[in-house]
Design a protein around this ligand. Sequence first.
Ligand SMILES: Nc1nc2c(ncn2[C@@H]2O[C@H](COP(=O)(O)OP(=O)(O)O)[C@@H](O)[C@H]2O)c(=O)[nH]1
Ligand SMILES: [Mg+2]
Length: 217
Amino acid sequence: MTESPLSLSPNRNAPNAKPSKRPPPLAGLPITFIGSFPDPDHPLDPPLSEIAFVGRSNVGKSSLLNALVGRKRLARVSGTPGKTQTLNVYQLPTFYLVDLPGYGWARTSARERAEYRRLLERYLTARERIGGVVWLLDIRHPPSEDDRAIQDLLIETGRRCLTVLTKGDKLSRARRLEAAAQRARDLGNPGEKLLITSSESGEGIADLGESILAAVA
Ligand SMILES: Nc1nc2c(ncn2[C@@H]2O[C@H](COP(=O)(O)OP(=O)(O)O)[C@@H](O)[C@H]2O)c(=O)[nH]1
Ligand SMILES: [Mg+2]
């Protein structure tokens, strides 16, 4: 997804940088949980930009959201996650964070897959104020078939998308950079510097926050 990054700021996607010590820019902002909505058309008031988070279940989405806003338990971190297909919406002063349901459960029926796709497709095509989509992939694993389907959907709908590699701390520094380059090739964008994050070490969290602020500005 090189053609539509959330932000073009020069220090976005800087896997060579040391884990950032600057405070994540969203961390000080007031944030309110608005609700969980099963309807992808659910209108939000006031009308603000939305930044949507999507990724395979267990990819580290809840942890990343918590790290991003500097809260311990804003979003639920799951050992044994539940399959609820709702949009969890959080309001910040000038935009919404929309936590989309995870996909790619081990035992997912064809019907559940189709339902999920319908929800995501509807969300991505119908919402007027999507500022960008943050798509999460585990840095250690090649994209799954489900990931591929989501990538196709993101490309089809033409949404601005930032691909983020999660759990960077699980690999040594050298292997992290190698894996990030491999993931870019996997996604058909060789040479793209994907943003590496870690909710544990804080790597990339400030960069992600800055990209989000730029996308909703
Ligand atoms: N080492 C490490 N573990 C992580 C990271 N992010 C998430 N995890 C772990 O991965 C599991 C799934 O995380 P969660 O945030 O619930 O994923 P979600 O299902 O995508 O919302 C939990 O056990 C987390 O503690 C990370 O950056 N580093
Ligand atoms: Mg979660």
